[in-house]
Design a protein around this ligand. Structure first.
Ligand SMILES: Nc1ncnc2c1ncn2[C@@H]1O[C@H](COP(=O)(O)OP(=O)(O)OP(=O)(O)O)[C@@H](O)[C@H]1O
Ligand SMILES: [Mg+2]
Length: 387
């Protein structure tokens, strides 16, 4: 969750890549109408989040955990259970009994990821609440499952399904990890596009606002799910073209018109999706990758766009794939990325169009994903692929 936008900048962990909040607009206040009084937390959801039939089930099934339960499950938040750290706080792995949800022995019951908010983290409570409210109600195979939460005095925690392969960021950029094969990259892109498309097609046009590689989590079969809904908000409805809001998100991923004006539309997410596509193609970070230009503050988009416009797609491709990708399809994906990154938001495709285009990429079509991914990762040939 990209957080910590406070004026006072008294943040526990504020990445320099995250935008700093200045003021809250009235439309933001609407979102803040959740109770933010720490003593009496309201978990009611004030907005209609209604999905097309069959795609959403409004759920009251979130489990309220006690702090004691979660402290036990993580062995007092011991460092050897730590999975990672983000702006929101720390994430720990734990095991829970599948019936009682009490702490269980490592390897028995269900594995979960427990996110613990840094106390004193500015903005943290509001984003924690936004996340509980959105993920508590939205269910889709490409959104990470929120199992429960804990709110006790100053402690704020979230309990999610455990995603065993961690974040896409770790797989794309971390040294020493196995490079992700082409078809898996396309599967991940398609999953992410489906998740965003699902949000955009809810009646309240939910805008995710923080799409980036670290917020894309992967399960054991490299199925991708969106995590971190702390910045999600309802988009424009009716005749409105945009909502005016504070600028939040992450540099290198946020759409230029949103950063410049605070005017937010669903096309802001489409831009960020274009950046993630570029990361998947190139294996380079959205911001701060020395190989992408080497000029301070030059983004991946600044570096890649001229090459793509010039049809020099091969120049941007991740060399860790060892050339093992179909050139024509790489062209098609790069051209889709370029459309998503159009300076004019109106010219960017909708996420439904993006999903449709990605589903046309032969490797992502009519394939048992699990089978294919497993075969590729065990080094077998891709003979079962259907075109
Ligand atoms: N449900 C989960 N299952 C497995 N690992 C997880 C899960 N949620 C988070 N993680 C791990 O914890 C790390 C930290 O996650 P977190 O969302 O707190 O921060 P981030 O996404 O890296 O940064 P930011 O605060 O900018 O969003 C992730 O990169 C991931 O490796
Ligand atoms: Mg995150």
């Amino acid at each position: 969750m990209g957080i910590c936008m406070g004026k006072s900048a008294k943040c526990a962990h504020a990445s320099s890549n995250q935008f700093m909040e200045t003021t809250s607009s009235s439309s933001d206040k609407q979102q803040e109408s959740f109770s933010t009084n720490k003593k009496s937390v309201s978990l009611s959801f004030n907005k209609t989040v209604v999905a097309p039939e069959g795609e959403i089930s409004v759920s009251n099934s979130l489990r309220a955990f006690s702090y004691h339960d979660l402290k036990n499950a993580t062995k007092n938040f011991r460092s050897d259970s730590l999975l990672g750290e983000g702006g929101f706080g720390w994430v720990y792995k734990a095991w829970l009994d599948e019936n009682s949800f009490a702490a269980s022995k490592s390897g028995s019951g269900i594995s979960v990821a427990i996110k613990k908010l840094k106390t004193g983290s500015c903005q943290g409570h509001r984003e924690w609440l936004t996340e509980v409210n959105y993920l508590g109600q939205l269910h889709h195979e490409n959104l990470v499952k929120l199992i429960g939460y804990c709110v006790e005095s100053d402690n704020r925690l979230l309990v999610y399904e455990f995603m065993s392969k961690g974040s896409l960021e770790n797989h794309l950029f971390r040294r020493g990890v196995q490079p992700i094969p082409w078809s898996t990259r396309i599967h991940i892109a398609t999953d992410v596009a489906r998740g965003i498309s699902f949000l955009h097609n809810l009646d309240s046009n939910v805008i995710y606002r923080d799409l980036k590689a670290s917020n894309i989590l992967l399960d054991s079969d490299f199925n991708a799910k969106l995590s971190d809904f702390g910045y999600a908000r309802a988009g424009p409805t009716g005749d409105r073209t945009h909502v005016s809001t504070r600028v939040v998100g992450t540099k290198g991923y946020a759409a230029p018109e949103y950063v410049a004006t605070g005017r937010l539309t669903i096309k802001s997410d489409v831009y960020s999706f274009g950046v993630v596509l570029l990361e998947l193609l190139s294996g380079r970070r959205a911001l701060g990758d020395e190989r992408a230009g080497g000029v301070d503050e030059e983004t991946l988009v600044d570096w890649a766009k001229p090459l793509l416009a010039d049809k020099r797609v091969l120049r941007i491709m991740d060399t860790r794939m060892g050339g093992q990708y179909p050139k024509k399809e790489a062209q098609a994906v790069a051209s889709l990325a370029l459309q998503c990154l159009d300076f004019d938001p109106k010219l960017r495709p909708s996420m439904l169009e993006v999903v449709a285009k990605l589903e046309q990429i032969p490797l992502a079509k009519n394939v048992s994903r699990t089978l294919q991914v497993k075969q590729e990762h065990s080094g077998r040939t891709r003979t079962t692929r259907t075109r």
